[in-house]
Design a binder for this molecule. Structure first.
Ligand code: URA
Length: 233
């Protein structure tokens, strides 16, 4: 973790205040004055501010039911960041483990533990994400099995050099399916359906790994349970 982030995490200081302390030479890492905010440190280092040792606060883990017209970013752009919904201290020091588009709703995982979020989003971990997808064109029942096979075999997305990893598609209604994928390419679900000549008109993430949104109301958040956290440790 970056040194300035470690200081924020272990004190009430903001990132800018931490940077000021560093500039003043008030921070020591393993007995040496450290001035570089980007220096990488971990729990086993002895970090002192004004000659007092810091102990890192434990990491925080949340789920949020994202509503439309919000963005998975730490800065507001056209739409507000989802972090405004997490009314905890220093919410903007958290980050989002697996982004959703502004118009996509559903499950978002939020943490300040970079190693944990890496386990959620790394393509190498093959973590399953389940999406409920509403489509412009009805699925013709006779063609559904062919669609299942295409998604299983992998879809060639425009501009990508390899096929998508095998995906599972389940029929819910004539223009509604559940899709399970194990990667998170840019606009992946929308591009997969575009590649088979359809269009996503609504998208909602229900599950990431074993963590389910269940009946958490739209716009609400909660702390993840120990079991939910340890599934990605
Ligand atoms: N795939 C998309 O196309 N959009 C999302 O928000 C998530 C997955």
């Amino acid at each position: 973790m970056r040194l300035d982030k470690f200081i924020c995490k272990s004190t009430e200081l903001t990132r800018n205040e931490a940077k000021k302390l560093l500039k003043l030479g008030d921070v020591k890492v393993n007995g040496e004055v450290a001035k570089n905010p980007a220096m990488q440190v971990h729990e086993n280092n002895t970090i002192m501010v004004d000659n007092k040792p810091l102990t890192a606060r434990s990491s925080r883990y949340f789920m949020l039911h994202k509503v439309a017209d919000t963005i998975c970013s730490n800065v507001d752009e056209i739409y507000p960041s989802v972090l405004h919904f997490i009314d905890v201290d220093k919410a903007f020091d958290l980050h989002i483990a697996g982004r959703l588009d502004a118009d996509t709703t559903g499950l978002v995982l939020i943490t300040d533990d970079g190693r944990w979020s890496h386990n959620v989003i790394s393509p190498k971990k093959h973590c399953q994400k389940v999406y409920r997808v509403w489509l412009r064109d009805d699925i013709v029942t006779g063609n559904f099995n062919a669609l299942v096979e295409r998604f299983k075999a992998g879809i060639q997305l425009q501009g990508e050099s390899s096929l998508t990893r095998p995906a599972i598609i389940e029929y819910v209604g004539d223009n509604e399916v559940l899709l399970t994928i194990t990667e998170g390419k840019y606009h992946q679900v929308k591009r997969m359906f575009a590649a088979v000549g359809n269009k996503v008109i609504g998208l909602h993430r229900e599950q990431i790994g074993h963590i389910k949104l269940d009946d958490l109301p739209a716009g609400e958040w909660r702390v993840l349970t120990g079991d939910e956290v340890s599934a990605f440790v």
